[in-house]
Design a protein around this ligand. Sequence first.
Ligand code: HEC
Length: 141
Amino acid sequence: MLTRTKTIIASLALWSAIPGLLQVAPPAAAADARSGDQVYQQVCAACHATGVADAPKYGDGAAWETRIAEGQEILTAHGWVGMRGMPPRGGRPDLPLQEFAAAVAYMARSAGADWQPPNPGMLARVREEIEARKTEVARKQ
Ligand code: HEC
């Protein structure tokens, strides 16, 4: 019985180490998704830390205020599709929507919003807004 308990403890320790090891691999499933903080550091900060091409800066309440007022679904969708100096998906075609949306929420929180990383319901609404935005952009072209 004691040996069995030890085996269980040992395997729990092994499994708890695995998420850390997986972070270097490209995220595929939602469970492995990078946090908004991580995605911001790795992708978005290149422009949003210093305001390249007039990107709204991290922590700049004035730059984000009217954008935050649009709402989480709409702002996330607009960033995802891209506009002017903001490349689609922050310039990373392989970036999953969940991670992009978490990074948007992270930047919005830095500017005073209470946005959280997206749950499935939020992601579904963001996808609807993305389709609406694509239609709007196509009509203007
Ligand atoms: C190559 C530079 C660049 C990178 C990288 C970048 N952005 Fe941006 N982003 C911009 C610029 C420039 C704007 C301002 C666009 C405008 O309003 O003209 C912007 C605007 C935005 C907006 C506001 C869109 C709106 O409707 O006003 C969001 C949201 C956003 N970015 C999210 C992100 C996220 C999340 C990432 C990382 C995954 C990211 N950006 C990476 C340049 C960048």
